[in-house]
Design a binder for this molecule. Structure first.
Ligand code: AMP
Length: 177
């Protein structure tokens, strides 16, 4: 059986009112548990980025680690974790960002990237864009050659893409309008 993008979309479980009322949570674990779907997604992502000379994939904690690390393997690139504060053991840069209520922060090791790197930032899902923008700001501190941004799923109606620097190519496999 050939997998289609529609099969992938249908495999994502919708959980109403999680983690709080009014949020439709897209549970990607139901897509990842099926080996044919997982491998289809990985192949689509790897095919999209195979000719850009990506040297490092930066995955955002924690669901961005799943496809992000597989993608690093498929692209023969290194993998760099961007994590919540206090998780990375060595020296870090930190970037705070606004949430609906309050602020949060992300960290990256100060020796994670070099100016020679071509970086692909990956997260499972783009909602309002605050998380990925913090990751972009962290990666920019290293003066890398080029930055790409990828999501497995994009919630188009939240317009997170409009908040990302327009010079950065952004691509998502699945869109919910
Ligand atoms: P944002 O910063 O608003 O773009 O939120 C993106 C981050 O929050 C990603 O790491 C997602 O895993 C998670 N997230 C936000 N909204 C949802 C949602 N509706 N379903 C699943 N994950 C979400």
């Amino acid at each position: 059986m050939t997998i289609t993008l529609e099969d992938v979309r249908k495999s994502i479980r919708n959980i109403p009112d999680f983690p709080k009322e009014g949020i439709q949570f897209k549970d990607v674990s139901t897509a990842f548990k099926d080996k044919r779907i997982y491998n289809f997604i990985l192949k689509e992502l790897a095919d999209h980025y195979k000719d850009f000379g990506i040297t490092k994939v930066v995955g955002i904690e924690s669901r961005g680690f799943i496809l992000g690390s597989s993608l690093a393997g498929a692209l023969h690139a290194g993998f760099i974790p961007v994590r919540k504060p206090g998780k990375l053991p060595a020296d870090t840069y930190m970037q705070t960002y606004d949430l609906e209520y309050g602020t949060d922060a992300l960290e990256i090791h100060t020796d994670a990237l070099t100016p020679d790197d071509v970086v692909l930032i990956h997260d499972d899902l783009l909602a309002t864009g605050g998380t990925v923008n913090a990751a972009v700001d962290l990666v920019k501190k290293f003066g890398v050659k080029q930055v790409f941004v990828n999501f497995f799923v994009e919630l188009d109606f939240l317009k997170g893409r409009e908040k990302i620097n327009p010079n950065i190519p952004v691509w998502s496999l699945i869109h919910f309008e």
